[in-house]
Every structure is written in C-alpha cells, then in structure tokens.
Ligand binder design. Structure first.
Ligand code: HEM
Length: 364
C-alpha cells in the first residue's frame, strides 16, 4: 500500500497517513459524499464538535444500534457511559470516573506485568505470540483487577472480542449472535464476582444506581479497554522494536502518540442545525472527528489527542498506560529479537485504531 489513504476510514491502517491528515487539517472541514460523512480535521473543528452539546455520541433516532436493540447486549449498550448524554451521562461519568481513579496505577502495572510474564512463559516470543498478547492483556488485566478468576481470563478476553465483533459496523447476524451470547455470559460472570478489593470500591461508587447499571458499565469498560488498549500496546511494542525507549515516562508516551496516534477518529451525530468552526451542519448529519489529524494540525499547539477531548474524554488513560508499561517490562525478560519482530509489522484492526500486527508473515 502506498500513496494517499483511500478515504478517512482507511487512514488508520495506512503506513503513513500523516501528510493526508495534515492536508485535511489545513482545510478544517471536508464533506465526503461517498461515505456520507463530514470530516472534522483541524484542531478548531475537532474541539468545536467535541465540546458542542448538539453533537451526540448516538443518533437521536437510534440510541441503540438496530441490530442489537431489545437484546441484552442492546440493553447493556444503552446503559454505557460512552453511549449516554445529558444527566445520565453526568451521573455515570462521576461513578465510572471515580471507580477508575480509585485504582492505584502501580497495582495495574504489576498485574499486567505478572499476567504478561505468565503468558510469555508458555512459548517462544514470535510475532503471532505478540499479537495474541496484545489481544489478551488489556482486557485480562482489567478483569483480573476486578477479581476475575485467573483461569477464566482468556475466556473473558475472548468474550469481549466477540462483543466488539458484534458492535463493529460490518457485523453480520452470526457476529451479532456470538456477541449476544458472550454478553449474556459476561454479565452473569460480572454479577457473580465477589465484592472485594477494587470491585468493592466500584460498588460504593454505584451505590445510588441499579445493580444492572453497574454490571453494564463494568462490561462497558472492558469493551473500551479492548481495541484501544490493544492498539496502544501494539504501538509500544513496535516502538521498542525500533530501539530502547523510556516507556516508564507518560510524557514520552504523549510525545510519541502525538506523532503517531493510536486512536484516529471517533463519531458524532448532529442533533440540531448548528454552525461549528465556520461549518454549517444539519440535524441528522454524521461527523467523523479526526483526532489524529487534529494532533497533526500545523496551526494548532502540538498535543496528543488520543484520549479524546471534552465531556466524553477517556477516563481510562492512566490504567491503559499502566497496562502497556507492565507488558513492555515483561517483554524485556525473554530478550526477544526486537529487530526481527519489528521487521514484518502490518496494520490491521478496526477502522479507528492503528493496530500493529507482528505475525502476519508467520501466518502466511
Ligand atoms: C483500560 C483501558 C481503557 C478504559 C477502561 C477506557 C474507558 C473509556 C470510557 C469509559 C470512555 C467513555 C467516556 C465517556 O463517554 O464519558 C472512554 C472514551 C474514550 N477513550 Fe478510553 N478507555 C481505555 C483505553 C483507551 C485507550 C488506550 C485509548 C487511546 C489509545 C482510549 C481513547 C478514548 C477516547 C478517544 C475516548 C473518547 C471517545 C469519544 O469521545 O467518542 N481509551 N474510554
């Protein structure tokens, strides 16, 4: 693959999408008729969309995707912080935010390191194993911190992957059915976890809310950790393949994520006619918010945008970075051949994530 990405939804998987993003950012806004989307690309346009109450995380007429509405997965989805607005969002934001903030990062880092070491101890570190670690660890670390039994962590990670598959834009009936079944099992597992340790603190944060809302939002954070957490870890590993770097330093992560972001875009749905950063938008329009383009906007301050902006900004940043740090520490121990591992990196993930894959060549 070379040249310009085909369109904005293909950019995260392109080897070098940044000249393309910089051009989009210079324009600020662009309309992609084929995709049926507005592209918000400058920092000014991105900030305006993310801050506007008229730009919602779900379309007004479809708060839950039609394919899962009425099913338990749809019910859980409708309760997620990430998919809520207004008062409901503010209440959940406090509960989920406090729940995540009450976790000591050291504990998350140690858990990730321990789980990664155990995972890596079972075989040689080749590209396929790195891919498997990347898919497993973010969910497994969070599940372990919530009190999930160690022997069931792989199944929990696979279950969350099925939920992600069911919510993908291109999910078919089989993927939705698999996701629905995984959701049923995960919600039952979450309800049965002993109320100890970190989960006890979570329950306290949700004291005034329904138990089903707590379980739905625990499922929600596991879901949120999966693809973005995997993308972040895959980036950390790819940079390590290029040479030693100080992954203990959050400032170093931010600097690298500014140049080569992991989470490239999110979406907003316009609820009423409005003008934002010089662009008129109509109720019903969809906006692709190009965080990665805004990070490269030549007219804006240099700043990583990976963890979002405004009222929906990521409350999981510290946990995600701690998990990636723990994994990178564990990976040093078997002294893998970094250069060889980095030789065949490809990009293959959900459209909004720059997901590195290390084992594509080994599979062929
Ligand atoms: C442990 C891992 C993670 C957890 C638990 C987590 C949790 C969450 C939650 C609950 C939200 C919704 C917040 C709201 O709507 O108010 C969110 C949003 C977001 N997260 Fe994370 N996250 C994790 C990892 C990541 C990573 C690794 C990235 C980036 C590489 C990321 C980027 C974002 C962004 C950009 C948003 C905002 C999306 C939007 O505004 O549409 N997250 N995250």
């Amino acid at each position: 693959m070379s040249g310009w990405p085909k369109h904005a939804l293909a950019a995260a998987g392109h080897p070098d999408p940044y000249p393309y993003y910089r051009e989009l950012a210079r324009d600020g806004w662009r309309r992609d008729e084929a995709l049926g989307l507005w592209l918000a690309a400058s920092r000014r346009a991105v900030d305006a969309v993310m801050e506007s109450p008229a730009c919602r995380v779900r379309p007004a007429r479809e708060p839950v995707p039609a394919g899962i509405a009425g099913a338990p997965l749809g019910e859980a989805f409708g309760r997620w912080l990430r998919m809520s607005e207004g008062d409901a969002h503010a209440r959940l934001r406090t509960a989920v935010g406090e729940g995540l903030a009450s976790l000591p990062c050291d504990e998350a880092e140690l858990t990730a390191r321990r789980l990664a070491r155990a995972f890596l101890a079972t075989g040689a570190v080749d590209g396929l194993r790195l891919d498997a670690l990347v898919d497993f660890l973010p969910v497994a670390t969070l599940a372990s911190l919530l009190g999930w039994p160690e022997a069931a962590l792989a199944e929990a990670a696979a279950g969350i992957a099925r939920v992600c598959g069911a919510l993908a834009v291109d999910a078919d009936a089989v993927a939705r059915e698999r996701g629905a079944e995984a959701c049923r099992i995960l919600l039952a597992d979450l309800a049965a976890l002993p109320a100890e340790g970190w989960l006890k603190r979570w329950r306290a944060e949700f004291a005034g809310l329904d138990a089903a809302v707590l379980c739905a939002n625990l499922l929600g954070i596991l879901f949120q950790s999966r693809d973005a957490g995997a993308g972040l870890l895959s980036a950390g590993i790819a940079w390590r393949c290029l040479g030693e770097w100080n992954h203990a330093d959050p400032g170093e992560w931010r600097a690298r994520l500014m140049l080569d972001p992991v989470l490239h875009h999110t979406r907003r749905f316009v609820a009423e006619d409005i003008e934002l950063a010089g662009q008129r938008l109509k109720a019903g329009d969809q906006v692709l918010v190009l965080l990665a383009a805004a990070a490269h906007d030549p007219a804006a301050p240099e700043q990583a945008m990976d963890f979002g902006r405004g009222r929906h900004a990521c409350p999981g940043e510290a946990l995600a970075l701690a998990t990636a740090r723990g994994a990178l520490q564990a990976l040093e121990q078997p002294r893998p051949n970094w250069r060889a591992l980095g030789g065949g990196v490809t990009f293959d993930g959900p459209p909004n994530i720059r997901m590195r894959r290390f084992g594509a060549g080994e599979r062929a």
